[in-house]
Ligand binder design. Sequence first.
Ligand code: BDR
Ligand code: CA
Length: 313
Amino acid sequence: MSVTPIILDCDPGHDDAMAIILAGYSPKIKLLGISTVSGNGAIEKVTENALRICTLAKINVPIAQGSGVSLLGAAEAATDIHGETALDGADLPAPAFALQKMSGVELIGKLVRESTEKVTLVATGPLTNIALFLKLYPELVTNVEQIVFMGGSASRGNRTPYAEFNIWMDPEATDVVLKSGLPLTMCGLDVTHQALVTKEVFGELEAMGTELSKKIIGLMKFFAKTYDEVFEMPDPPLHDPVAVAFLIDPTVVTCKFVNVEVELKGEFTRGATVVDLFDRGGGKRNCTVALNLDAPKFWKMMLDAVRAAGAAS
Ligand code: BDR
Ligand code: CA
C-alpha cells in the first residue's frame, strides 16, 4: 500500500478539525505535521483549536503557528459560521502538548527538507503559509510532490457572491500558488458542497457512541445551525476533508485539468477563482479541479477515520 506523506496547513474550524482526524487516522496518509493560518478565527484561536483537536483525537504530530495575516496584512474571522472560538459546539480538552518553537512556514520548510520522500502540501485554509514557503524556500520546492487545496469555486462563492472564503482571505497568496508550476488540485465549493453532513451521517456518529463521536456531534450540530442560518443549508458541507480524501483515493472525485486564475482586482469579484472549464480563454492549464464527489465513498473514509480515532482515544 502506498502511503502519502503530507503536511496539513489549516485554520480549524469545524471542517478543518475533521480533515485533521481523517489525515491522522487514514492508513494511506502519513501526517508529518500541522501548520496553522489565520482564517476561520484569529491565529491564536485556530492554533489552540489544532492543539485541542489533536489532544482529543490522540494525534501526536508537530504543530506550529503560522501567519496571522494575509500577504497584504489583512485578517478577519468567520464567526458567523464557526463561532467565537472558531470551533464552537463542544468542550474540547486543554492541549496536552506544546507548540513547536518555530513558525508554521519554518515547520513546513523543516519537514520538507528532512523528508526522504517528496511531500504533498494540503491546505484547508487561506494559502498564505504555502505562498510564503514557496517564496522563502525555493530550493525545497523540488521536494514537494503537489499541492492540494480546499478553496475556490468554478461557479459562485460563499464569502462574497463570487469569492470562496479561503481564496478571498488571501488572493495574492493564491496567485503565487497558481503560478508555482507545481501539480495543483483544487477542491472547491463545486465538490465540497456534495459532502453534506446529513441525518444519516449524524446517525452513524450516534451509533459509534465514543467520547470522540459525541464531541464531533456537538461540533457538527453547531456547524449545521450556522450553515442553515447563513446559507439555508441545514445539512452543512464538510469542505476540508475532501482535499485529504482525494489523496487517500483519487477516485472519490472526478476532475478536469484546466486553467485557473484568481481575480486580484475585480470591483465586485476580488478573490474569485476564474476556472476555464471549456478552454475559452486559452490560458495555460495549471490546475486539476475537482467537480464531482462520490459522497458514499467519501463518508465511508471519513466515518472509518472517526471510528478509528474514537477507539484510540
Ligand atoms: C472554507 O472556509 C472555511 O470556513 C472552511 O473551513 C473551509 O476551509 C470553505 O469555504
Ligand atoms: Ca478551513
